[in-house]
Design a protein around this ligand. Structure first.
Ligand SMILES: CC(=O)[C@@H](O)[C@H](O)COP(=O)(O)O
Ligand SMILES: NCC(=O)COP(=O)(O)O
Length: 246
């Protein structure tokens, strides 16, 4: 059966460019509108504790202006959690954060959770926000997520994106195996991190893949061809996988 994959466009790094001069442009709000015109099914944004790119102002405006799904990425930090519950995005994706990291390095350790993640999930649920966890493709993590009854798991595709040679198939296998666990547990299967125009199709072809969240590669392409076209190119790639799946 063909499956139609939602494309979530992460506009964090439009804000990275803006923050390089601490100015007003480029504006991620405008980028999000152009991404929608290019075919985005959702807009993803990560309000980090250090506010290195997306700002509180951006988040307030996204939820007022984005016409497709809003996906608010955050760590289990009380202040950001409170902002998320107040602005009411459609989705919240809990991710790990450390100040020293260049970008997200691994998935949440929900299997080793001492209650902090569970409490954050309940807070989000009480606020009526759909919940997703950013996890490594590890069976114990998926089992722990299923026990917490989250709406989706976003598999961390970073190791796949960095893999070379035979390791690529191994990483794809990990994603497919844990992807089946996620679907069997009744959760939506999402994936993201490090996906680009070259490596995306095998991940998109994983059975039951419902959504891919892609940011850095689309923003990078948009510097050359514009955001609308960069998103449209990625949209065409994902649709070609659906057609091939027939
Ligand atoms: C969880 C993930 O892979 C990204 O959505 C996250 O936003 C990466 O952090 P930066 O956007 O700060 O690189
Ligand atoms: N959750 C992954 C995401 O939103 C985008 O990650 P990347 O494509 O910027 O690596």
């Amino acid at each position: 059966m063909p499956h139609f994959i939602d494309l979530g466009v992460n506009v964090d790094h439009v804000a990275t460019l803006r923050q390089a001069r601490r100015g007003q442009e480029p504006d991620p709000i405008i980028a999000a509108a152009l991404a929608e015109q290019g075919g985005a099914d959702g807009i993803t944004f990560h309000l980090r504790e250090d506010r290195r790119h997306i700002s509180d102002r951006d988040v307030e405006l996204f939820v007022k202006t984005v016409q497709v799904r809003t996906n608010f990425e955050l760590a289990c930090a009380a202040d950001v959690l409170a902002i998320c519950c107040r602005v009411q995005p459609d989705w919240a994706l809990l991710v790990p954060e450390s100040r020293e990291e260049v970008t997200t390095e691994g998935g949440l350790d929900v299997a080793g959770d001492t209650g902090r993640i569970a409490d954050a999930i309940q807070t989000l649920k009480d606020a009526g926000i759909a919940t997703s966890l950013f996890l490594d493709p590890e069976p114990n993590q998926i089992e722990a997520a299923a026990n917490l009854k989250v709406d989706a798991v976003e598999l961390h595709t970073g190791p796949y994106a960095l893999a070379k040679g035979a390791a690529v198939e191994h990483e794809l296998g990990r994603l497919a195996d844990t992807g089946k666990m996620i679907r069997d547990a009744g959760m939506r299967l999402h994936a993201g991190h490090g996906l680009n125009y070259v490596n995306v199709r095998p991940v998109a072809a994983i059975e039951g893949m419902a959504e891919l969240n892609i940011g850095h590669s689309i923003v990078s392409r948009s510097v050359m061809v514009g955001m609308r076209e960069a998103v449209a190119e990625m949209r065409r790639l994902l649709d070609s996988v659906t057609i091939a799946a027939g």
